[in-house]
Ligand binder design. Structure first.
Ligand code: R5P
Length: 281
């Protein structure tokens, strides 16, 4: 087994190669004069099972990932396992307004043309899996959070919406803390309203846990509310940290700590999903 990684997932792929004790192959990447992307896998892949790792958020990383998987297949790889740490476009898994595409269907169908199986990490909505003919394995991330927070004296784990309540409960059970969710209503892609349930958080340490931080609007509003209600420390964590428009600075100025995983690598990626992904492979 060997690993190939798109530019979006180098750090995670290096960790994965340690976990799986297998080689990670270099990829030559450049642009043709007309702007099109060129990639070439360097090394022998004939007959090897290949783990191809790449995110599907930015346009360029999508095409890089597809070319990479095709290169593996065309050059005689055995099985190609697509690992998508951050599966972008999973939000649009249905038509909300007439005339829209079902983007997550487009993404899944494109990927499975070039691979034998698909592994994703904490996909935004599992509805996407129903578009796959080959099946999608969704890896849940819990243990790395337990390790990070076990000595932080957390009183409550709080999900900023009801969709994340199961995640909060699972972690709370392992950390032996209490948990609840904020009632969030989304007005549009940037604005939400929130109501905190009638629970006394005065002087308490809170871990605010979400699947992803995108614009940061959800986490900023939730942190503000919990602090206004008297919470002492508010730690913020999510699996995927996009931090659109540099929202990290604003979040870190009001939270005790901001920690995300290495699915989208940045300087705040303090925990890794490599162990869980390796098990799934
Ligand atoms: C919503 O369903 C998700 O769990 C996140 O709360 C949301 O995607 C975060 O987005 P933003 O950071 O833009 O508020």
């Amino acid at each position: 087994m060997k690993i190939i990684s798109s530019s979006s997932s180098r750090e995670l792929s290096l960790r994965l190669s340690e976990e799986l004790k297998c080689e990670i192959l270099d990829i030559e990447k450049k642009r043709f004069p007309d702007g099109e992307m060129y990639i070439r896998i360097i090394g022998d892949i004939k007959g090897e099972d290949i783990v191809a790792v790449g995110n599907t958020r930015e346009d360029a990383e999508i095409i890089e990932f597809l070319l990479m998987m095709n290169a593996a297949k065309e050059n005689g790889a055995g099985k190609v396992i697509a690992v998508i740490p951050y599966f972008g476009y999973a939000r649009q898994h249905m038509i909300y307004k007439s005339g829209e595409p079902v983007s997550s269907k487009v993404m899944v169908s494109s990927i499975e043309n070039f691979c034998d199986s698909i592994i994703v990490v904490e996909i935004h909505d599992l509805e996407t899996a129903k578009f796959s003919r080959k099946g999608v394995l969704n890896v849940r991330i819990v243990k790395p959070f337990v390790e990070y927070y076990k000595n932080k004296k957390i009183d409550y784990i709080v999900s900023p919406d009801d969709g994340g309540l199961e995640r909060a409960k699972e972690l709370a059970d392992l950390l032996k803390t209490k948990y609840f969710n904020i009632d969030k209503k989304r007005l549009d892609s940037r604005n939400v309203t929130m109501t905190v349930p009638d629970i006394d958080v005065k002087g308490k340490n809170i871990l605010l846990l979400d699947d992803m931080i995108s614009t940061g609007g959800t986490i900023i509003k939730a942190t503000d509310l919990l602090k206004k209600n008297g919470a002492d420390k508010v730690y913020v964590s999510a699996v995927h940290g996009i931090f659109a428009n540099g929202s990290y600075m604003e979040i870190s100025s009001i939270a005790q700590d901001v920690i995300i995983t290495d699915t989208i690598f940045g300087k705040w990626s303090k925990i890794s999903v490599a162990g869980e992904v390796a098990e799934a492979v």
